[in-house]
Structure formats: structure tokens, C-alpha cells
Ligand binder design. Structure first.
Ligand code: HEM
Length: 420
């Protein structure tokens, strides 16, 4: 076994002295572009053959330079929930790549400070607020289905999943609809760009410049949208600072823009490959909420990373202050001690407490919106579009980063589709 001095981090730096060489494993090779019906099939090997906690020497710009990885359900839950030991201070730190020092809010703020920002934002994302949005979400979805229902086919990832949640999110924030393509280009450069630092800098730089201009506009002309609410909002009885405003708007932009789009692409990919499941859901729309939960569990888009605040041990492994630790949702959601037959889609699964929307204080703020959008997209599509299948010859490759399939051409019998 190589000594720890011989092993380098991918960035070229030395492996930290307290990290035993025997615990070093590269994890990114397991989440690669692939065509498997289950894009996470390869992570079974990580769960079964890697140490329960290991150290990945990989470099993720703006996030970590070498990180511990926890793979079991119980350990991931502990990391999410124990904010006394684990901080989000460096999470999603893409703005640091362009020399910006504002913090991404609320994600990069630890409790108890974190709570005051959630108080500001929660009312916009409560179940009641999302119910009020439902007519708009339904209309957005059906405008898109109107464009292709009679054609007997569409690209369900590109022409549908890529668009409807982004339109809903942009409307909520008050962003002009014509910004959609440019926003997505910037977002893809940051989250889907295969860690190309120059592309990431361009994406985050362009987004921050645009968002600052938009914030100024909202300052001058207040409007009924979430950006304006943040610009003119208060935390603990005082207005937000400029850094707090850009930090909050920029993180919402980053976290809310195309996450549902990615989940939609994977949900339809799975459905297109499983005609029996499609039929069961078409016949039993009351099962759609459970189905969405199972689609979410099987497709955890990201793995959260935390900064270690204090020296401590996990299962006898020494973890030091300043280390990073990754919650590997790509195995946690498939841990057989929590989920029976974890690699199977099970519509009858009870207590489906997966990590796709994270856990602990930073549990996804947009979770109710995301779930509602996915449920409505699925129910409307199944209501109007008959049995669909992958167009022969289509490329089904999924790409990690923010796991997604870019294109998903599907076909159906146009004569059986509904006009509305
Ligand atoms: C299926 C879609 C979505 C997935 C899979 C997802 C996933 C996540 C995950 C994993 C986290 C935690 C990150 C961490 O712990 O490092 C998170 C946090 C967050 N998400 Fe989502 N998200 C989705 C949709 C959305 C939407 C639509 C919005 C907003 C419109 C949103 C806004 C946020 C915010 C603001 C946080 C930070 C919460 C906090 O720190 O308190 N997300 N999301």
C-alpha cells in the first residue's frame, strides 16, 4: 500500500497528513456519463466494496480540494443533522472563483443565523404558497403540451422538462421570460460544465452581473415578485445589506433554476423505459405522489458537501477541522438498511425518507415547489399523451454534475392524444 506522502490530491497538493493512504478512493469515476436505465447503477460497487468512510482526492472548483465521503444512510443523516460539527460555509462557493466575497444565502449560513433568512423566504415556498401557484404551473405545463400533443412525438427533456419549471421559477422571481436561454447557458457552464473552471467563471460572472442589474431595477421599481421581496425585505427588523441581497438572489438562481428540469428529464427517461409503470400510473393517478417520491429517491441529483468545524472521529477515522465531508446521496438513497430492494422502483414503498432534497436545517427550501411541479408535469403528461416510448436510435446518456439527460426524444400514437 502506498504511503500517504506518495499520494497527491488531484490539485497537486499533498494528501493531508492525518488521511491514511488505505482510505483513499477516487469517487468520480463511478458517476460518469452512462446509458444504464439506472444512472446510479455503478454506485453499488462504492457501497459494497469501499470503506464505509473514505477520502476522495478529487478537486471541485469552488467546493473542495479532497473530501471525506460518507456512504451509509445513517452516517449521511448524522452529517446533515449535526450542524455543531459540520458547516455549509463553503457550500456552492462558485462566486469565489471570480473573487466575490458575498455568501450564498441561505445555504452557506450555519444555524442559528441561518434561521432568520429562512423566515424571510419560507412564506414564498410553503405548501399554501405553492397551492396558490398551481394554476400558473398547470397553465405553463399545458402550453408546452399544446405544442406537441398532436405531433406524435417530442423531446420530453429538451422541449418540456427543460422549460416548464424554469418558466415557473423565473415568473416567481420576476425575471423577464426572454432571459431563459441565456440563464440556462450560464447555469450549464457552472453545474453541467464538467468542472471547466474558465466556463464556470464565465457562467457565474455573467449571472452575478445580470442579477445585480436586476436587483437595482427592483430597488428603483418595486414589484410583486420574490426578488423585490428580498430587495425590500428585512431580517431581524433591519434591511438586508447589498451582499445579503445578491447572496440570496444568486443562490436561489443557482438552486432553483434547473433542478426540477433535471429531475423531470430522469423521471421521463425511466418512464419511457418502463411501459408497465406508465400504464399503472395512467390508470391510477392517485399513485402519482408516491411515484414522484420514488423517482426522486432513485435520482439524487447532487451530493452535498460540508466543512468540518471540529476534530472528531467517525467509525474510528480521524476527521480534522477544515476537512470537507461529502454526503454521498448516490449511495445513501440505495442503502439496503433503510430501503428494502433499494435499486428497484417500488410504488408501495413506505417511509421513503431519501436525501435527494437533503436533510437537516438546509433541507431544500424549494422542496414543495419541486414536488408539486413534478406531480403536475407527470399527471398532465400522462392524462394527455398516450403510451410513449423512446424514439429508436435516441441517445439516452445521462450526465452527472447535476445529473440529467439532455435530450429525450419520445414517440406515441398521435391519434390517441388529447387536445386539452
Ligand atoms: C428536484 C428539484 C430539487 C432538488 C433535487 C434540490 C436539491 C437540493 C439539495 C440537495 C439541497 C441541499 C444542498 C446542501 O445540503 O448542500 C437544496 C437546498 C436548497 N434548495 Fe433545492 N432542490 C430542488 C429544487 C429547488 C427549487 C425549485 C428551489 C427554489 C425555487 C430550491 C431552492 C433551494 C434552496 C434555497 C436551498 C438552500 C436551503 C437552505 O440552505 O436552507 N431547490 N436543494
Amino acid at each position: 500500500m502506498a504511503s500517504s506522502t506518495a499520494i497527491k490530491l488531484k490539485s497537486g497538493k499533498d494528501l493531508p497528513a492525518h488521511v491514511p493512504a488505505s482510505l483513499v478512493r477516487e469517487v468520480s469515476q463511478f458517476l460518469r456519463p452512462n446509458t444504464s436505465p439506472d444512472p446510479y447503477a455503478s454506485t453499488k460497487e462504492v457501497f459494497e466494496t469501499f470503506p464505509r468512510i473514505f477520502f476522495s482526492p478529487e478537486f471541485a472548483p469552488g467546493q473542495y480540494d479532497g473530501t471525506w465521503v460518507v456512504t451509509h444512510y445513517e452516517d449521511i443523516r448524522d452529517v446533515y443533522q449535526t450542524d455543531a460539527l459540520y458547516s455549509t460555509a463553503e457550500s456552492a462557493g462558485f462566486q469565489t472563483l471570480i473573487g466575490e466575497t458575498f455568501r450564498m444565502i441561505p445555504l452557506a449560513i450555519d444555524p442559528p443565523e441561518h434561521g432568520k433568512y429562512r423566515v424571510l423566504l419560507n412564506p414564498w415556498f410553503s405548501p399554501k404558497a405553492i397551492t396558490a401557484l398551481e394554476p400558473k404551473i398547470l397553465a405553463t405545463i399545458n402550453v408546452l403540451i399544446d405544442e406537441f400533443w398532436s405531433k406524435g412525438g417530442c423531446d420530453v427533456a429538451y422541449d418540456f422538462g427543460r422549460i416548464y419549471p424554469v418558466r415557473v421559477f423565473m415568473d416567481l422571481m420576476g425575471f423577464p421570460p426572454e432571459q431563459l436561454e441565456e440563464f440556462l447557458a450560464w447555469e450549464y457552464a457552472i453545474l453541467h460544465g464538467n468542472r471547466d473552471v474558465e466556463r464556470m467563471k464565465w457562467g457565474i460572472g455573467s449571472a452575478v452581473a445580470y442579477l445585480r442589474g436586476f436587483i437595482d431595477e427592483m430597488r428603483r421599481s418595486p414589484a410583486e415578485n420574490l426578488t423585490s421581496h428580498i430587495v425590500h425585505g428585512e431580517v431581524e427588523g433591519r434591511p438586508l445589506t447589498d451582499d445579503e441581497i445578491i447572496g440570496t438572489v444568486a443562490f436561489l438562481w443557482l438552486g432553483g433554476l434547473d433542478t426540477v428540469a433535471a429531475s423531470t428529464s430522469l423521471m421521463f427517461r425511466r418512464l419511457a423505459l418502463d411501459p408497465d409503470l406508465q400504464q399503472r400510473l395512467r390508470e391510477n393517478p392517485d399513485l402519482i405522489a408516491d411515484a414522484v417520491e420514488e423517482f426522486l429517491r432513485l435520482h439524487p441529483l447532487v451530493n452535498s458537501v460540508r466543512l468540518v468545524k471540529q476534530d472528531h472521529e467517525i467509525h474510528g477515522v480521524q476527521i480534522k477541522r477544515g476537512d470537507h465531508i461529502m454526503c454521498y446521496n448516490a449511495t445513501g438513497n440505495f442503502d439496503p438498511s433503510e430501503f428494502e430492494n433499494p435499486r428497484e422502483f417500488d410504488l408501495d414503498r413506505a417511509n421513503n425518507r431519501h436525501f435527494t432534497l437533503a436533510g437537516g436545517p438546509h433541507r431544500c427550501l424549494g422542496s414543495h415547489l419541486a414536488r408539486r411541479e413534478l406531480r403536475l408535469a407527470l399527471s398532465e403528461f400522462l392524462r394527455r399523451i398516450p403510451a410513449f416510448r423512446i424514439k429508436p436510435g435516441a441517445d439516452l446518456t445521462t450526465h452527472p454534475g447535476l445529473m440529467a439527460v439532455a435530450r429525450l426524444p419520445v414517440v406515441w400514437d398521435a391519434g390517441k392524444a388529447l387536445s386539452c
